[in-house]
Design a protein around this ligand. Structure first.
Ligand SMILES: Nc1nc2c(ncn2[C@@H]2O[C@@H]3COP(=O)(O)O[C@H]4[C@@H](O)[C@H](n5cnc6c(=O)[nH]c(N)nc65)O[C@@H]4COP(=O)(O)O[C@H]3[C@H]2O)c(=O)[nH]1
Length: 764
């Protein structure tokens, strides 16, 4: 203290007073050292609690602040108020918030139990929301009575933000995984970002499939009128923030729309909406392709914070995942409903298309026409020029058909070389449905050049019209199908419209199909067996299983009367399975009854053989019956193998690995080439009955039979002649070197029991 301005006397007096005071303090400190320390401790304690960034306070039994540290005072500072002492929460928080705090505290005071780690949301004096993690504990006096509470609260706003962001992200990913609509995912994403960045409005724009124009994705809080203005705009080197970001494939931060040259052409558009800054970042695919943009608009000019751009980064990442997932889903959908080769709708779309064509016809009070179409010589192209050429042909045919119909018509590929054309009515002036279908047929028949070769394919077409020939998709399809079969029957390259006579036939066919299905279910089918003999030993070494139908009215029906229908309708699958199982079971039963083991030979139809799990079914039949594979032979026809040689050879190898024998039935009637025959893992050739029946007198048949026998012997295959009826035939075949015979000469096909009797007779 400076005393120079005082008079000397005053100064002396003052100096004396000061020195006396100092002595007094020193003396007091000497006499009462504890009080001084106590005083210091209070100061330190106050300083200490003021330094703590968490809220720390003590409240009395009425929940009034007695002590409050600087952190809580600062956050609740009101004008003219720099301490909370004597105040309650009702003085600084809204009533409902304060009431909550008050009730909690009164509960603690009443029960004497602490409440720890409570999450509380408050609004500080600056209006900011804060999340607090609060613990409140009772404080007791020396007698153990609760005199108030001490509270400590930590600001966990940042943690809560991170948590809510995390939850938001998880929710979005779940939406994406569950296939929520893209606009819903986008809207939720934008709302999430908007909740975490103050005073911004988000928008997602997509790049149109042409890669040049903008399509709105979502912008739940952006002015809809402004969104409309952006829709369809072209991207470019100076096309606002988003159009430029898509064009450049990089982030574009425009801090002032009014002055930035990128917005020069658009600022007038945006002005009425008040947006002044726009920060945009591209949304990319996993491979880096630009799919769209995520943008934030602000009504005040400026740059985004690093934190904000981090969120934008997260948003573009999630939006990218959502778009890609949607694209993948769309392409799976497309693939499921379209044929990959031609791009035409596939069978799964047929019913839907027919139904909507019928609906449209009803609305117009008009008609619609359905044409079933099958290429006539497609197999030949496939077999002679290979699958690649076949595929090319189908693509060309599909494109030509599309050229002949209107956008409202449909062309569906059913599979293979089968198509359906739906004509929806609306005709050009003077044009009829027949004209349009004729145009389709003529377009198909135009010469085609594939791999340097020029050729021509025709088609057979069956036509049914709504409502004349059928009232729904099933009826119309069945009738057009029936008409198409008729077109094939009358010599192909034809168009046949459905008629009443065809209706009867189709009806009959349906009835017979049902009958056959019932026959299988009710055990009307059974097997007969025809023995096969080794000419060298005279031993019956095998039997052929032949299917029969004991029809309740028609009596015994031979396979020729129902196997083709079974093949056509797919019933051959279950029927073939039944035959295979029954034959294996019977053969095993003969063995178990003590008969010498023989091979059972089972006929396989093409459709059966082409089924994906055919080999597994054979294995299952063996397993189920307990028959060893070497006692089963499968008879495949030449034409079956020739339908798809590569696939057939593969299946044959798998069957060979199982241990079953393979034979080629009806040999000589098909067109197996020598070279392909070498590739087949078969053990036997069967000379077709047609070449045997006129032996030995017909010189052509005799020549063929000799050729087949010598071919088989050269390839080291066994050879069997079927349909052998006479002694002369046997002599001829023996002399020609044939190994085995089967036919009426030995025995007609007979029941298992009768065959058992033959097998019991000792070999001659
Ligand atoms: N004229 C004459 N005929 C004889 C003689 N020996 C046998 N046959 C007949 O010739 C056919 C031989 O069967 P396939 O060529 O495999 O020809 C079979 C076979 O392709 C098919 N088939 C028979 N059973 C089945 C089967 O279970 N599944 C399949 N997918 N087709 C079968 O039906 C065709 C006809 O069978 P079936 O009517 O039983 O006619 C049998 C048999 O009864 C003979 O000395 N003279």
């Amino acid at each position: 203290m400076k005393l120079s301005h005082l008079g000397n006397e005053d100064a002396d007096a003052t100096a004396r007073l000061m020195s006396a005071s100092q002595r007094l303090i020193d003396e007091a400190a000497r006499l009462f050292p504890l009080a001084a320390a106590q005083n210091d401790r209070t100061i330190w304690l106050e300083a200490m609690i003021d330094e703590v960034p968490d809220y720390l306070y003590f409240k009395d039994r009425n929940s009034r602040f007695v002590v409050a540290n600087r952190a809580i005072v600062n956050d609740n500072r009101r004008e003219g108020l720099d301490s909370l002492e004597g105040l309650s929460d009702f003085d600084i928080h809204p009533e409902h918030v304060a009431r909550g705090f008050f009730n909690t505290e009164q509960e603690i005071i009443r029960t004497g139990r602490a409440m720890l780690d409570m999450e509380e949301l408050i609004r500080d004096s600056g209006g900011r929301f804060k999340w607090l993690l609060t613990s409140k504990l009772p404080v007791r006096d020396g007698a153990g009575d609760v005199i108030g509470i001490v509270g400590i609260a930590r600001d966990i706003t940042e943690r809560k933000r991170a948590e809510s962001l995390h939850l938001g992200q998880a929710h979005l990913l779940k939406m994406i995984a569950l296939g929520a609509p893209l606009t819903d995912v986008f809207s939720s994403l934008i709302l999430l970002i908007e909740a975490h960045v103050s005073d911004v409005t988000g928008s997602i724009l997509m790049l149109a499939p042409d890669g040049r124009h903008i399509v709105t994705g979502a912008a739940p809080n952006l002015d809809p009128a402004f969104c409309k203005l952006i829709e369809g705009a072209e991207i470019g080197p100076a096309a606002g923030s988003c159009g430029t970001a898509m064009w450049r494939g990089e982030q574009v931060i425009v801090s002032d729309i009014e002055t930035d040259p990128l917005w020069a052409g658009f600022k007038a558009l945006v002005a009425p909406y008040g947006y002044r800054a726009c920060w945009s970042a591209p949304i990319r695919s996993y491979q880096g392709k630009v799919l769209g943009t995520f943008a934030l608009y602000s009504r005040t000019p400026g740059e985004p914070t690093a934190e904000c751009m981090k969120l934008v980064g997260m948003a573009t990442h999630i939006a990218g995942i959502a778009i890609e997932r949607k694209e993948a889903e769309d392409s799976i959908q497309f693939m499921a409903h379209h044929d990959t080769l031609t791009g035409l709708p596939n069978r799964s779309m047929l019913d839907e298309r027919v139904a909507s064509a019928i609906e449209a016809a009803d609305d117009r009070g008009g008609t619609m026409t359905l044409a079933f179409l099958d290429l006539d010589n497609f197999k030949l192209v496939n077999d002679s020029l290979g699958h690649h050429a076949g595929d090319e042909l189908l693509k060309i045919v599909a494109a030509r058909m599309l050229r002949c119909v209107r956008a409202s018509d449909s062309i569906v590929r059913l599979g293979g070389d089968e198509f359906v054309v739906l004509i929806n009515g609306g005709m050009r002036k003077g044009e009829t449905v027949e004209d349009r279908l004729r145009a389709v047929r003529e377009a198909i028949a135009e010469p085609v050049v594939i791999e340097g070769r020029s050729f021509q394919v025709t088609c057979s077409m069956g036509v049914a019209a709504y409502p004349e020939h059928g009232r729904n998709a099933t009826e119309l399809l069945a009738r057009a199908d029936a008409a198409m079969y008729r077109a094939k029957e009358i010599g192909r390259d034809a168009m046949q419209v459905f008629t009443a006579e065809l209706a009867n036939r189709a009806h009959e066919k349906l009835e017979r199909q049902e009958e056959l299905r019932r026959a299988l279910a009710q055990g009307e089918l059974f097997l007969q067996y025809q023995p096969q003999m080794d000419l060298a030993t005279g031993r019956i070494f095998a039997v052929e299983a032949l299917i029969r139908w004991r029809h309740p009215e028609r009596g015994l029906v031979g396979p020729g009367d129902f196997i083709p229908l079974a093949e056509e309708t797919g019933l051959i699958g279950p029927i073939g399975d039944w035959t295979l199982r029954a034959a294996c079971r019977q053969n095993k039963a003969w063995q178990v009854s003590g008969l010498p083991p023989i091979v059972v030979s089972v006929n396989v139809s093409a459709r059966q053989f082409q089924e994906k799990d055919w080999v597994e079914r054979v294995a299952a039949a063996l397993e189920e019956s307990g028959l060893e594979a070497r006692y089963l032979e499968l008879e495949l026809t030449e034409s079956l193998i020739m339908q798809d040689v590569q696939q057939a050879v593969e299946t044959m190898h798998r069957l060979e690995q199982l241990g079953v024998h393979l034979a080629i039935d009806d040999f000589g009637t098909g067109y197996s080439s020598l070279s392909s025959l070498k590739r087949f893992p078969v053990g036997r050739l069967k000379i077709d009955r047609s070449f045997v029946q006129d032996l030995p007198n017909d010189s052509d048949d005799a020549a063929i039979a000799r050729a087949v026998i010598s071919l088989a012997r050269t390839l080291q295959l066994r050879v069997i002649a079927e349909g052998v009826e006479t002694r002369e035939q046997v002599d001829f075949l023996r002399e020609a070197g044939c190994h085995e015979i089967q036919g009426f000469y030995l025995s007609r096909p007979i029941d298992a029991r009768a065959l058992q009797a033959i097998l019991c007779i000792p070999n001659p």
